[in-house]
Design a protein around this ligand. Structure first.
Ligand SMILES: Cc1ncc(COP(=O)(O)O)c(C=O)c1O
Length: 362
């Protein structure tokens, strides 16, 4: 049977997403009982108490379809950020929103430009749309190289993605740099800023992408409830875009793309700015401890503005295995010679530091 005749040829080069090891697989390898999963940039803490309470109150409604317009959540996001609701789109994770924008705007013959290494979905969404993708090396500080991205734009570029802070390196572009960059973008290019880790920023010079949003120019900002809001398992992200683009995305998305619990949990989380502040402070403290450890051990790392730190090690694959045995799961990037180490809670950071100390201390 020649199966390939059934399938779109664009699918051929796409690699299915490789999930990390499952808990029971890790338990077979780890030599300790307590496992710290620091490999997927998740929160080490459970969802906000307000989100848990809100979900509890809606469990008995799960026989019904969700609100297909995510009305109340959209209104809350609008109020929270002071941006009209017709410029807001909610998705099944910001991953869905990246795919939706790509499906809406890219096609064979067009191209998308983004920094590399970065989030793999920029590539797969382009491949799915049959578009060309141009991966531009990051700047030395682990942030997108805005000048180099501009240089890669041509007449066929439909989309340019800036991930800031960048996954997996944690570097963030500067506010002034982003402003100057946007002024130079040609009008046929849609700029998408993926700000999944924005809530972890504590450097006053780092760009806050929403401050450049006016609801008119071809400029989109994406955010998520998966990271600081600790709702990765629910799948809920949101984006800001000009109303005409929101209309187009609503045509392409599934009718009930965001589930009921995600909508109510997202709304409750956004209201709890006190809890947000506590979690921000915890991450900053953990990040400082981890970076100080890398400094002490003489390991090269990229100063991070996110909930993970990129560190270079002589052999990323072996170090990954050794850390795993000590109950610390990180994400190895053997080709780039580094590891992305998530910031755990106080105990998780302590265990990570002790593990690195054992492996690299003299
Ligand atoms: C840069 C970036 N953007 C988007 C996402 C997707 O997040 P979600 O779909 O959970 O909102 C991730 C997930 O790790 C990410 O690292």
């Amino acid at each position: 049977m020649n199966w390939s005749r059934f399938f779109r040829e664009e699918l051929e080069p796409i690699q299915a997403y490789q999930p990390g090891l499952r808990e029971e697989q890790i338990r077979e390898i780890a030599l300790v009982d307590t496992i710290h999963k620091l490999s997927s940039n998740e929160s080490p803490l459970p969802p906000f108490p307000a989100a848990l309470a809100a979900m509890q109150g809606h469990l008995l409604e799960l026989n019904e379809y969700p609100d297909g317009s995510s009305h109340h959540l959209t209104q809350q996001i609008s109020w929270h950020y002071g941006i009209p609701s017709e410029q807001i789109v909610v998705g099944n994770g910001s991953n869905e929103l990246i795919n939706l924008v790509a499906q809406t705007c890219l096609k064979p013959g067009s191209n998308v430009v983004y920094g590399w290494p970065s989030f793999i979905v920029y590539r797969s969404s382009a491949q799915l749309a049959g578009a060309e993708y141009r991966e531009v090396p990051l700047a030395a500080d682990g942030a997108a190289d805005l000048d180099a991205l501009l240089d890669a734009v041509d007449g066929r570029t439909k989309m340019l993605v800036v991930c800031t802070p960048n996954n997996p390196t944690g570097g963030a572009v500067g506010a002034d740099a982003l402003e100057g960059f946007l002024a130079k973008i040609p009008p046929h290019v849609l700029v998408v800023v993926d700000a999944a880790y924005e809530e972890f920023i504590d450097d006053g010079r780092a760009a806050r992408p929403l401050t450049h949003f006016d609801g008119q120019r071809p400029y989109v900002v994406l955010r998520t409830f998966s990271k600081i809001y600790a709702l990765a398992g629910l799948r809920c992200g949101y984006g800001f875009a000009p109303p005409i683009l929101v209309e187009m995305l609503n045509k392409v998305r599934e009718p009930f793309n965001v589930n009921t619990l995600a909508q109510v949990a997202g709304l409750a989380s956004l209201e709890d700015t006190g809890e947000l502040g506590r979690r921000h402070a915890l991450n900053v403290k953990g990040r400082q401890r981890l970076q100080a450890c890398f400094e002490r051990l003489g390991l090269h790392y990229v100063p991070s503005q996110a909930n993970f730190v990129w560190v270079e090690v002589p052999d990323a694959a072996t170090t990954f295995d050794e850390l795993l045995k000590k109950g610390v799961i990180v994400r190895p990037f053997p080709k780039d010679g580094g590891l992305r180490v998530g910031i755990g809670d106080d105990e998780g950071v302590g265990t990570t530091i002790a593990a690195f100390q054992e492996l690299f201390g003299i």
